[in-house]
Design a protein around this ligand. Structure first.
Ligand SMILES: *[C@@H]1O[C@H](CO)[C@@H](O)[C@H](O)[C@H]1NC(C)=O
Ligand SMILES: *[C@@H]1O[C@H](CO)[C@@H](O)[C@H](O)[C@H]1NC(C)=O
Ligand SMILES: *[C@@H]1O[C@H](CO)[C@@H](O)[C@H](O)[C@H]1NC(C)=O
Ligand SMILES: *[C@@H]1O[C@H](CO)[C@@H](O)[C@H](O)[C@H]1NC(C)=O
Ligand SMILES: *[C@@H]1O[C@H](CO)[C@@H](O)[C@H](O)[C@H]1NC(C)=O
Ligand SMILES: *[C@@H]1O[C@H](CO)[C@@H](O)[C@H](O)[C@H]1NC(C)=O
Ligand SMILES: *[C@@H]1O[C@H](CO)[C@@H](O)[C@H](O)[C@H]1NC(C)=O
Ligand SMILES: *[C@@H]1O[C@H](CO)[C@@H](O)[C@H](O)[C@H]1NC(C)=O
Ligand SMILES: *[C@@H]1O[C@H](CO)[C@@H](O)[C@H](O)[C@H]1NC(C)=O
Ligand SMILES: *[C@@H]1O[C@H](CO)[C@@H](O)[C@H](O)[C@H]1NC(C)=O
Ligand SMILES: [Cu+2]
Length: 575
């Protein structure tokens, strides 16, 4: 068969080598953090941006590529950038959360993030991980299959990324500062946005509404990202079915739905086929609000799916032609938890996966809000939470406090004492009816601490994430840094190992980096601790992480050559 005398195994080896040299690329980017005037909702404000863009630049890479991003801080705020969902195998120094894996990049300074994308395909994103800067400092990170590979679905005719965001008619940092001062909940946003634009239904917005073009019969891959600060969102497109094919950069067995829900931090890839009469159709997002009696932004953001041959627009958008309004979709009610449950119940991994069957670390974490009694030294103006309290939040009754003199990872790797302790509890200190409607007021006030939970390299971990009804039950999007995890089960009420273990899906559960834990319910996740470092786990509602709804894992080095944390980069910012 072979016509040359070149040994085929050698030939194969050479082609593999050259393929890997050619196929995986290094992408260099410069991110300049700066103040930029941006006009929204009839008002111009200076906001913090990357390279003057809002949202920031979209990064596109192939699975296997390396990113080198030099972040130069020309703004008057400390900043860091987090690459949300990137596993950062052995490169924890590039993960980004301030005071966890690095100290902030101070004004005038810079830091270069270097990391490789390994085994992840689909949609991730990046955002600031310092104070509330991510309100305007965020962008998409698209990971394509490598050249020799392809999508596990027919190649789409078009691709669009829709970043859902939240906009305040105020500086978001001031909104946070005000909440910290008063102890009350922060002001809700004034608008939601699609790719930075509120859309037609808000004042002064309709000229700039995002238009997504399509030809009749074409299929688009639409990458939806919830980059909002504090709000889970429903998303839908009028009269069109959505076929979900991926989430958090992992492929899913395709399923069809009218509406999707994303907690902040989550991404969902859907296919949409333009199979309706040529026209203009709204793509809309609005709140899924599960907390009780809590104010929320009840507005609706829109973009427009516009058929090329749509009656309004086939002659271009010549002046004088009055456009008929686009068709508005039905959106679920703000409190439609049933829609959320039926949607998340359809998630199944597509690819062959190995879910840990045996467990070395069986953890049970309560997640929820709390109320601190007003400290004696505080004036009333600083205790404007319910009944003269201050809002707080915790996991297993520990309200997480960030260090300020070292990052946790630096303290760990250099053995600096006094920065954190490793006594985060494996289970709640007090057992109570977590989701009952009359939790004793004596349980509302957590303790503050910088407590980590230590994991041996390679240990197989299960965590039951249990919502509590303290103050109010709520759907919390829990995000783990440095890992993807399998969501093996979700349910309502208190997790009951006797009854609920039999419901675990250990065959094809979805693999994600953020789980929307059902309101007044629980989710069970599993992962193998194969990435050494310090990894934050937190609620991705920024208001909750600001109140302490977080903890961190400390994962030991393994003994193998490729099982240890890399050395810190020379330009790593120090405090
Ligand atoms: C929050 O809302 C209140 C009431 O509308 C307003 O007085 C206050 O200025 C707002 N705070 C910020 C930081 O925008
Ligand atoms: C638009 O402006 C009008 C008049 O100022 C105001 O009454 C209305 O609430 C605004 N609508 C939105 C969605 O902001
Ligand atoms: C939200 O706004 C809609 C109108 O868009 C209104 O019908 C509904 O009552 C509002 N809901 C809440 C809880 O404010
Ligand atoms: C949703 O809120 C409405 C009030 O806006 C209420 O009538 C309804 O009972 C609520 N539904 C659920 C499932 O809580
Ligand atoms: C505040 O006090 C009132 C009256 O004592 C009580 O009904 C309510 O439950 C309290 N709220 C909270 C959050 O403790
Ligand atoms: C770092 O800060 C903590 C908390 O303020 C303090 O206890 C510790 O001594 C400090 N460590 C060093 C090395 O300065
Ligand atoms: C709630 O619990 C307290 C004691 O923890 C009890 O005094 C009170 O009657 C209970 N309220 C209801 C509505 O069950
Ligand atoms: C949290 O700890 C504090 C201090 O020990 C205690 O008063 C409170 O009851 C605890 N709450 C829970 C839910 O364990
Ligand atoms: C982990 O291994 C790396 C590389 O050998 C080393 O630099 C680092 O200090 C180790 N970390 C710990 C906590 O032992
Ligand atoms: C910026 O970060 C440094 C630590 O690197 C800290 O000392 C300083 O207080 C921070 N500044 C602000 C405004 O938070
Ligand atoms: Cu939360």
């Amino acid at each position: 068969m072979a016509t040359s005398s070149f040994p085929s195994s050698l030939f194969l080896l050479c082609s593999l080598l050259s393929a890997s040299l050619v196929l995986s690329e290094v992408h260099h980017h410069d991110f300049v953090i700066q103040e930029t005037p941006v006009k929204r909702l009839c008002k111009t404000q200076n906001v913090i941006t990357v390279n003057g863009m809002f949202p920031g630049p979209t990064l596109e890479v192939n699975n296997g590529d390396t990113l080198v991003v030099k972040v130069v801080n020309r703004a008057q705020h400390n900043v860091t950038i987090h690459w949300h969902g990137v596993r950062q195998m052995r490169t924890g120094w590039a993960d980004g959360p301030e005071f966890v894996t690095q100290c902030p990049i101070r004004p005038g300074n810079s830091y270069t993030y270097r990391f490789t994308i390994q085994g992840q395909e689909g949609t991730l994103w990046w955002h600031a991980h310092s104070s509330w800067l991510r309100a305007t400092v965020y962008g998409a990170l698209l990971i394509h299959p490598p050249p020799a590979s392809s999508y596990p679905f027919p190649k789409p005719d078009r691709q669009t990324t829709l970043l859902l965001g939240e906009w305040w008619n105020a500086n978001p940092i001031d909104v946070l500062k005000e909440a910290i001062r008063t102890g009350a909940a922060p002001n809700v946003s004034d608008a939601y946005t699609v790719n930075g634009q509120p859309g037609d239904l808000y004042n002064c917005s309709n000229q700039d509404t995002i238009v997504v073009p399509t030809g009749s019969g074409e299929t688009s891959l639409i990458r939806v990202i919830n980059s909002a600060m504090n709000q889970p969102l429903f998303f839908t497109v009028a009269n069109h079915k959505l076929t979900v094919v991926g989430a958090d950069a992992s492929y899913l067995k395709p399923f069809s739905t009218n509406v999707i829900m994303l907690g902040p931090g989550q991404t969902t890839d859907v296919l949409l086929t333009a199979d309706q009469p040529p026209n203009r159709y709204y793509m809309a997002a609005r709140a899924y609000q599960s907390a009780q009696n809590a104010p929320f932004d009840n507005t609706t953001t829109t973009a427009i799916l516009q058929y090329k041959s749509s009656p309004c627009c086939s002659n271009g958008t010549a002046k004088g032609i009055k456009k008929t309004p686009p068709i508005m979709p039905f959106l679920p009610a703000f409190n439609d938890t049933n829609s959320v449950t039926s949607f998340s119940g359809k998630f199944r991994s597509l690819r062959d996966i190995v879910v840990p069957k045996e467990i070395d670390e069986s953890l049970f974490f309560t997640i929820g809000l709390g109320l601190d009694n007003c400290p004696k030294s505080f004036p009333k103006s600083r205790c404007q939470g319910p009944n003269g309290t201050r809002f707080t939040a915790s996991m297993n009754n520990v309200s997480f406090v960030l260090p300020s003199n070292f990052s946790l990872l630096q303290a760990h790797s250099k053995g600096i004492p006094g920065v954190f302790t490793t006594d985060f509890p494996a289970k709640p200190p007090v057992r109570f009816d977590f989701t009952g409607n009359n939790v004793s007021r004596s349980l509302f006030q957590p303790v503050r601490g910088t407590k980590l939970y230590k994991l041996k390299y390679g240990s197989r971990v299960q965590i039951v994430l249990q919502d509590t009804s303290i103050v109010t039950p709520e759907n919390h999007p829990i995000h783990l840094h440095g890992y993807d995890f399998y969501i093996v089960a979700e349910g309502f009420g208190n997790f009951d190992p006797k009854k609920d273990t039999s419901k675990f899906n250990l065959v094809d559960p979805p693999l994600r980096n953020t789980v929307a834990v059902p309101v007044n319910g629980w989710a069970v996740i599993r992962f193998v601790a194969d990435n050494p470092g310090v990894w934050l786990m937190h609620c991705h509602l920024d208001v909750h992480i600001s109140w302490g709804l977080a903890m961190a894992f400390l994962v030991d080095n393994g003994s193998g050559e490729l099982q240890t944390l890399e050395a810190p980069p020379e330009d790593l910012p120090v405090c």
